[in-house]
Design a binder for this molecule. Structure first.
Ligand code: AKB
Length: 315
């Protein structure tokens, strides 16, 4: 079957790179990007539509116009911004998802990708090598909305046979498009500031370990999950996905090996610390490895080298 894909929320950190990869795989004609904001650059042949995912009629019109076979729903408010605007975060993250799920049923669009996050875990979840199934008591509005979203995805799969696929993204590290409003964003900021100023004032403490993943692995893994035969997938809520776990002190050490003058300092009392403290330090992703052969390729060293090489050229 010829695939036609719509990405909703395509201008963000993950959407912009998924769009590149999907255009390469399926051709620009078959990948429609959409977002509430117009992108800064739109190349010839690329199709873009302005859309607010909360405007259900507009989303319906978009889906009727392009008749996609797959939807990637990436519009969301992340953890740190979510704490500033909890009602808006809940509204966007929940009602955006519900709009897309209901329209997918109405218009017979079977295949959907929706990202969850390590934010679904909470203070009583195991901290280290956090398993797929365990106590989940998220205490950020973002985490609560993602956990509720996971339950909706499984429910719609069971009840309406929607082919929804999802991963719990850790912090994603990338150089092309900056992240916005997340707790793991420090691990991207540190590279930009390190290259520009040889120093970084980190909003998380030195020993805060968090799970992270390099963008190249995240994009490849997402497309591999979407390509996997449906009968191989045993999880229809969201798969644990892991890459590299490290602390600010560890990444600073690695950066210093390439930028010897780099110095890190730490800010006290940043509200993002409490969010980070409630999240796992590392993730057990054995089910994803088993079901669809997931395997990350970048470690702390190769990721740091690749980030610095690419950012030096970019900046
Ligand atoms: C955030 O920090 O909010 C996100 C996430 C881990 O989902 N990057």
């Amino acid at each position: 079957m010829k695939e036609r894909i719509i990405i909703i929320g395509a201008n963000g950190q993950i959407g912009s790179e998924l769009a590149l990869a999907l255009r390469q795989k399926f051709g620009s004609d078959n990948v429609i990007t959409s977002d509430i904001r117009v992108p800064e650059i739109l190349k010839e042949g690329e199709i873009f539509e302005t859309i607010n995912v909360l405007d259900k009629q507009a989303v319906k019109a978009l889906l009727e116009k392009y008749k996609p076979t797959q939807i990637y729903l990436l519009a969301a408010m992340l953890s740190a911004t979510g704490e500033k605007y909890p009602q808006k975060a809940w509204d966007l993250n929940m009602n955006g998802l519900l709009n897309v799920l209901d329209l997918a049923i109405e218009l017979s669009i079977k295949k959907i990708f929706w990202p969850s996050s390590i934010a679904v875990f909470g203070p009583n979840s195991p901290k280290s090598n956090t398993p797929q199934y365990c106590v989940m008591d998220p205490n950020s509005i973002y985490g609560i909305s993602k956990l509720a979203g996971e339950r909706l995805c499984e429910y719609y799969h069971e009840k309406y046979d929607l082919d929804i696929r999802s991963v719990r993204y850790p912090g994603i590290i990338s150089w092309k498009t900056a992240p916005g409003g997340g707790t793991t964003d420090y691990a991207v900021d540190i590279f930009f500031e390190g290259i520009k100023h040889d120093k970084y004032d980190c909003f998380l403490s030195a020993n805060t370990e968090l799970p992270m993943l390099y963008m190249d692995d995240a994009v490849r893994g997402t497309i591999e999950l979407m390509d996997a035969p449906a009968e191989q997938l045993s999880i229809r809520s969201s798969y644990n996905l892991a890459g590299i776990s490290f602390t600010p002190a560890m990444i600073a050490e690695e950066i210093k090996k390439i930028l010897p003058n780099f110095e890190i300092s730490y800010v006290d009392n940043d509200p993002r610390q409490a969010i980070a403290d409630s999240w796992p330090g590392s993730i057990d992703d054995s089910q994803a490895r088993k079901d669809w052969n997931w395997e990350p390729t970048f470690d702390l060293k190769t990721m740091t080298e690749d980030m610095i090489k690419n950012l030096k050229t970019k900046l």
